[in-house]
Structures are given as C-alpha cells and as structure tokens.
Write a protein that binds this ligand. Structure first.
Ligand code: GUN
Length: 281
C-alpha cells in the first residue's frame, strides 16, 4: 500500500476530547434530542453510537424512540415542543423516516438554530450563500476536516463526488466549491463515470454500493474519501475497493475508522455550537 491513511478515528477522538474540556467549563450541559421513528436496524446502531458519544463528553442526549406508525402530526408536535424547550439545544431526526411520513416537511419543522444536522432549507441555503454561522451537515463537514489533515491547499483541485444525496453528495459539493475546488457531481445517470473519476484530485465515493470504485477509477496521487458503510456477507465494506485504491492514491480513508467517526464528532461539535450560541443570545 502506498497511500497514507486518513485516520478519522484518531481525529474524531481529538475533537471529542477538546469538546469535553470546553463543556466542562460550563455550569449547564448541552442538550440534544435524538428522534428515531420505527425500527430500522442500521438507524438503531447509528443512534446508539451518537447517544454514547454524547454521554462521553457531557452532552445530555434525550432519546425519543417512536413507533413505526407515528403520524406526521404527532412527529411535528414533538418537534414543535422540543423547539420550545430551552434545555434542548439541538434536534436530530434520524433518516430515513418511514415512507408514510413527509421527510421534507419534518425537516422544515426543526428550528434552524437547533438543526444540528444542517438539513433545514435555511441551513442548506446558507451554505450555498456562504452565510456565516449556519450548520453544515455532519458527514460533509467531517470530510473537509479530514482533507485539511493532509495539509494540502485545496484551491483549484478537481473534486469528483459520486452520489448526489442531500445528506452527503450535494452539501459536500458546496463546501468544496466554497474552498475553491472545481467540483463535479456524478450520479446514477452519469455517462463515462470512470473517465470523470480519473480526473479527480479528490474523489468522494458516496453512492452506497459496496467496493464499486475500483483501482481503474482512481487518478495516481488522488485523495480518496470513502463514505460507504455497506454491511455485506464479507463484513463491513466501503464504496471503494480499498486494496486497489490504496496502491494508487496518495491518501485514503479506511472503512471503518475514516468518515464514520467524523460524522459523529461533527454532530457533537454542531450541538456544542448550538448550545454556545443559544446561551450567548
Ligand atoms: N441518516 C444517515 N446519515 C444521517 C445523518 O447524518 N443524520 C441523520 N439525522 N440521519 C442520517
């Protein structure tokens, strides 16, 4: 292997311990409401990891596990109540929601100043308009932090993103554009995907297909960021064929231990930011 590992686990641990120290200096603890509707097994794992991470650094995580048949009105009512609860500084609605719920309307109900996931249109739009103080979604924000550990100037680099989700691909594109990268967003309809990926100085794989990005997609010396978490019969796999890509790239994130821990660290950071802002005003 020639690529250097981008160690998200270590970086996330450093961020968590800094946040823990900062919180310890306050009389009150930040509060995060974590809402899960239904019993999606992957979501249950993520939620538990987020709650554990909160507890470790002194954030009060209040869990709301609602039944699968929760109505739009019931969920909206809960969010409205949390919007008006001063001890709750951040609200997280775990996605995906059951199909009968209107996800866009639910995300719109979260008060923008408590939207620590950065999914409310106000925060999503603020990233595009480069408004200061908006919450950036946790996974793309974590990716930028990992890129910064390389010490490379991102100015003018070609960034190719595979996947255009609202959670990862789209916001990652805007954050990279704000850092003066030349950004290409690719998706399931893209023609000549492999050719486009071969132009990437920064290649971000966020398509949700196990080991889809093989060595042929990777430009020599590229920075490869693997957002995939695919549970396969051969264990947990990313969207990148790690063994192949690591022979060609200059830097690469492992799965697990790359982007995943950074997503949680950025959630904690956004929650602390929300807390500090709400206590200032
Ligand atoms: N589902 C997959 N990723 C995320 C995330 O970052 N936040 C929430 N709320 N749901 C998700």
């Amino acid at each position: 292997m020639t690529a250097q590992l981008l160690n998200g686990k270590q970086l996330a641990a450093d961020i968590r311990s800094r946040l823990k120290e900062k919180i310890a200096g306050f009389a009150a603890a930040p509060g995060l409401a974590v809402i899960l509707v239904g019993n999606d097994p992957a979501s249950e794992i993520y939620i538990r990891a987020k709650q554990k991470a909160c507890a470790e650094i002194g954030i009060r995580a209040e869990a709301f596990h609602l039944p699968e048949n929760t109505s739009q009105a019931e969920l909206t009512h809960l969010i409205n109540r949390l919007n008006n609860t001063p001890e709750i500084n951040g609200i997280l609605v775990q996605l995906p929601l059951p199909r009968h719920l209107n996800e866009k309307e639910i995300l719109l109900a979260v008060a923008p100043e408590k939207d620590v996931d950065g999914f409310h249109p106000y925060n999503a739009g603020s990233i595009i308009q480069k408004r200061a103080g908006a919450f950036a979604p946790c996974t793309p924000k974590g990716i930028l932090r990992l890129l910064d550990t390389t010490g490379k100037d991102l100015n003018g680099l070609n960034a190719v993103i595979v996947g255009r989700s609202q959670i990862v691909g789209m916001p990652a594109a805007h954050l990279l554009l704000n850092r003066n990268c030349t950004v290409t967003i690719t998706h399931s309809h893209t023609q000549n995907l492999q050719k486009i990926c071969q132009t990437a100085d920064i290649l971000i794989a966020a398509l949700g297909k196990s080991e889809f990005i093989t060595g042929e997609y990777v430009k020599p010396g590229a920075i490869v960021i693997d957002v995939g978490i695919n549970r396969t019969e051969n264990g947990l796999k990313g969207d990148v064929n790690f063994a192949e890509a690591a022979e060609i790239a200059s830097y690469i994130t492992p799965v697990p231990g790359g982007v995943g821990p950074m997503t949680i660290a950025m959630l904690l950071e956004n929650t602390c930011e929300a807390f500090f802002k709400q206590h200032r005003s």
